[in-house]
Design a protein around this ligand. Sequence first.
Ligand code: FES
Length: 182
Amino acid sequence: MSASDLHPSDASGLSTPAGTRRRFFQWVTSAAAGLIGLSLAIPLVGYVISPALKRRAQSWVDVAALDELSVGKPKQVDYVATVQDGYLETKTQKAVWAVKQADGQVTVFSPMCTHLGCGYHWNEGEQKFKCPCHGSVFDLSGRVVGGPAPRPLDALPSKTENGRLLVMYKEFKSGATGQVEL
Ligand code: FES
């Protein structure tokens, strides 16, 4: 009678105490390796994809000298903005409408009509902002005084510093009665 006849499973090493221990340690090693891999992978994946998921970065942009603006006379201010969109950094030409108040404060409007987003202009004779697309009309304060525009002109965050006008450019959904930032 041979040894394998007495212990048929010894040859495979599966059901002996030594085989069970080996399988247990293999399992622990695999689990530990998996956990280490996961703990390295999660931050790495976050680092790689987070810029793409971030909202378009917004920041203050110096757009004009305050003494270029006259009280009560809207001025279209053109400037070049650097836009960070995920990994992509692009330079784009932007424009805003700036209205200097008697107290020195400046109101800045988005250049897009709140109806369907066309560019509008200032009509000096009528003292109104007029949109050529569907005839919306806004007064100096941005209030709708004619046409289909559903809400006043969108005022943008702005501030003055050291004689300069700074603006934070934003875009809003056109056609909505309330301001919905895009
Ligand atoms: S887009 Fe200005 S009135 Fe329609």
